[in-house]
Write a protein that binds this ligand. Structure first.
Ligand SMILES: Nc1ncnc2c1ncn2[C@@H]1O[C@H](COP(=O)(O)OP(=O)(O)OP(=O)(O)O)[C@@H](O)[C@H]1O
Length: 292
């Protein structure tokens, strides 16, 4: 018997427009279901991990993340550790994971798929003992993400990312990185290094246009720093995905990348961390089973 735990992040931006708890209850009410289910809401940061871990102890087999990419990341980490299935009902700002998968964010269609329960096995990445499912990045866009997480406390819309880009531009400082892609070493001042399973982040920005979420490889895009003025130009090319053709861009498909620099700032699935001088990102040997 399938046993589903819906894990809702009521702090995610989508909850401003739609009550997902009521929506799920309403949708499932009176339907003949081939599964048992429970719905739980987080009440603070990090709560979705606790709910997910308790769900594992209680024998739940499918965890449904209802929130933004950060919630998918937290729930996904528990899913892969316990070989469960992940369902997604997008309720964030960008919903980049579903965009990268090329899947719809429509609530009703997502619920229909969860009821059906068909799955696909999708790649995921690992770094510092954690998993990421869409894109991790280092450099300018990690700085943008740090600003976005602060701005989103006040503005919960796509505008938060635009404001964050401007703030990060003021803050950004040129930085030297040494990178080892599989076994080949490079050293330069990089503006950003994006490492992905999926192609899109920041609300449909196609940073890794060649990414294939099933090929067992990471896509890596490293863009060299020229000037702050060049960053403004670069943002436009990234939005159009023409950045991959430029001479300051290196694009790789690889199993792993090791990055060395001072105080590396990391964005992973829209979450932020800093304070380390070396980090390795690698494709996992395993896959995550996603309902879609
Ligand atoms: N009840 C809560 N109150 C405050 N923070 C929460 C709560 N539940 C989860 N969080 C935190 O919210 C973050 C995840 O947010 P999430 O990505 O789901 O939404 P979002 O930021 O609106 O979406 P997006 O990433 O698409 O912009 C995580 O850091 C998580 O720990």
């Amino acid at each position: 018997m399938r046993k589903l735990m819906f894990i809702l992040n009521p702090n995610a931006s989508g909850f401003k427009k739609f009550d997902f708890k009521e929506g799920i209850e309403e949708y499932l009410r009176g339907k003949k279901l081939n599964f048992e289910y429970e719905i739980k809401c987080t009440s603070k940061e990090g709560d979705s991990v606790l709910i997910a871990e308790n769900a594992v102890k209680d024998g739940f087999t499918e965890l449904i993340a209802v929130g933004g990419d950060g919630t998918i990341n937290e729930v996904g980490n528990v899913v892969v550790k316990n070989n469960l299935k992940l369902g997604v009902i997008p309720a964030g700002t960008g919903n980049d994971y579903m965009n990268s998968l090329g899947e719809t964010c429509n609530f009703i269609i997502c619920m229909e798929r969860i009821i059906k329960g068909e799955t696909r096995f999708v790649d995921y990445g690992e770094f510092l003992g954690k998993s990421f499912f869409n894109i991790a990045s280092v450099g300018f866009d990690a700085e943008v993400n740090d600003c976005a997480l602060k701005v989103k406390k006040f503005i919960k819309s796509g505008l938060s990312y635009k404001i964050a880009i401007v703030l990060a531009l003021f803050k950004h400082k040129r930085k030297r990185y040494r990178i080892i892609v599989d076994d080949v070493e490079y050293e330069d001042d990089y503006f950003l290094i994006a490492i992905g399973i999926g192609s899109k982040y920041g609300g449909k920005i196609n940073i890794l246009p060649l990414a294939d979420m099933y090929d067992g490889l990471l896509d890596i895009c490293a863009i060299k720093y020229k000037s702050k003025f060049d960053i403004i130009k670069k943002i436009k090319t990234i939005v159009n995905a023409t950045h991959v053709k430029e001479d300051i861009t290196s694009y790789f498909k690889a199993k792993k990348i090791k990055i060395f620099s001072e105080n590396i700032e990391i964005n992973f699935d829209g979450e932020y961390m800093t304070g380390i001088n070396e980090v390795e990102f690698a494709i996992s040997d395993k896959k995550i089973e996603v309902i879609m």
